[in-house]
Design a protein around this ligand. Sequence first.
Ligand code: BGC
Length: 753
Amino acid sequence: MLKKIIFLGLLNFTHTALIAQTKTTPIYLDESKPVEDRIKDALSRMTVEEKVRMLHAQSKFSSAGVPRLGIPEFWTTDGPHGVRAEVQWDEWDQAGWTNDSIIAYPALTALSATWNKQMSWNYGKAIGEEARYRKKDVLLGPGVNIYRTPLNGRNFEYMGEDPYLTSIMVVPYIKGVQSNGVATSVKHYALNNQEMFRHTSNVKLDDRALYEIYLPPFKAAVTEGDSWTIMGAYDKYKDQYASQNQYLLNDILKGEWGYKGVVVSDWGAVNNTEQAIKNGLDMEFGSWTNGLSAGTSNAYDNYYLAKPYLDLIKSGKVGTKELDDKVTRILRLAYKTTMNKNKPFGSVASEEHIAVAKQIGEEGIVLLKNDNNILPIDANKVKSIAVIGENAIKMMTVGGGSSSLKAKYETLPLDGIKSRFGKQTEVKYARGYVGDPGGEYNGVKSGQNLEDKRSEKELFNEAIALAKSADVVIFVGGLNKADFQDSEGNDRKSYNLPYNQDKLIQELAKANKNLVVSLVSGNAVAMPWIKDVPSIVQTWYLGSEAGNSLASVLAGDANPSGKLPFTFPVKLEDNSAHQLGEYPGNKEELAAGKGKDQQNPINITYNEGILVGYRWHDTKKIKPLFSFGHGLSYTTFEFGKVKADKTTISQNDKITFTFTVKNVGKVAGAEVAQLYITDVKSSVLRPTKELKGFEKVYLKPGEEKEVKITVDKAALSYFDADKHAWVAEPGDFEALIGNASDNIKTKIKFTLK
Ligand code: BGC
């Protein structure tokens, strides 16, 4: 009996001791401890093998944690317009889950066209909530590569040609996403400004263009947005791949900008262990794949930052300094995402998400032209509407490359128009042409069958006959997400609309004078028919709510307030990269067959330097088809005379410009007041004007508001490559206020001492 009591007593003692032991939480798991201490503690417990395992993928979209220590895996996902459907562990094919459909949000070009920071925050918060619900830790986006040529197949995923607009618009998106404990991965850093030769080119440009045009959005994303990760690009800069690039990653990002986050490679962008170790890359994804379709089974142990790295460490050829730095950064990311106990749970397809998608669509649509006030269409007056064009019935959320989505639903333009106008007005449809009947991307099927066996002529004639019989014609065309259109991996082959749409539009204009052309695209296109078409609407790719957003603008339920985030040149040669340029690369090298593989890269020199987009058109006086910042409204706004709070400022001063904007029309609307700065006289070439501030103002009919925009030296400076510093030269400047880069309403001079 005594023995038994002693035994039980002993058991009890061991049990209590065990509990006491487990109660002492190790520092790395102790939330009361500072994060940097927790990181040090975690590092001290990890083996070299465990550390190396954290640096590279373990599947197409995930990387390992430290199972022994309970440090979770990371799950990444594309990005940037919605959360991508699940793919198989080691294949790009669909995993076939039935719980992975989501809301598709408008493309980033549309978001940028809202010129509304609040929309960007709403977008980020909503997509972040969906990512969180889908248990993702890193959203691969947003994209901020500058629009250099209208042929770039991926422009639709970016935010346009202006570094200032892009920098302002990207920050709230990042903050919105990350408020969910989900990291963004701003991409593609840097100089991936075309798809052609993206894996096989070396970009050359001067430092001034690099710092003034191409880097600012990335800088804003990491210094102001605090994006917890950033994705390196595929191309080379200074003959080194961007994802393992000493200049871009170590010198600029981690050096000059003091970045403490994680650099992830683009998928398959790494190809040298030593450079990957030393030049600032932290995590490697997608190696031995072309990033999209080809793969080798379970190549993960052979990644450049896997066994080859471990072997170098074990043989003593490289130390562990870089390894610890990389793991430190990854653990920092873990504490904000996977190990963050305070993050929300997220949600998918909530009413708020749907409303966000619809509103961004409405605010992003740009009314390019509206002669005779053809728009808005009054459903009570118009008896019949002819809708014509393939894009009225084609799903656009599937396709385009890695941003392709499995949307819960997508309201097509024709459906949106029918549901808005159909009760009062007869809505009839004719396709007019067959473009791309396909509807599948990497196994996500749109479910649409758009095959049409009728001849080109039959389709054409049917459309013209219908146009003749209707009161109003709405042509919904443009580009699509098929290869060589708005799609990853290739550039467009021509600046003109594909599938003979130009001819159709021209004939529609003859058939009916009330023609509205609605262009679904993420790029500028040629408009040889412009003089004959009274109304043109730039509609972008608007995601799940596409048809509803469009119908709402056509009907005037939403008054258009979008402004172009890039210039539409009349013809391709008017664009600076094409006129001076090297596009798609150096001509002689192109002729010699360079760029075909990574052993023979092609050089692309950005001869146009800082003169990108409107900076080029303004400075060289080349009239565009539509200017940067252009966009009409159903109402009219008047700008009051601008005043400044000083006439002279010193280098450390700020200056505030004040002016009024008044809605003098009959309906409520919003105007984007844009502030451009001109350096009147300069010792170096300066663009005629540069955007340095803007404010979107909502006004009821008759209402007037005062707008104040403050700038400092940064708005007056250029990047002096010799000094490697921003310089504001003393002298006269002008502040120009307008509602488009080619429509300045009021201006004022001031002097910098
Ligand atoms: C694209 C990235 C994308 C990644 C993963 C790459 O091909 O360039 O933008 O995030 O694939 O799908």
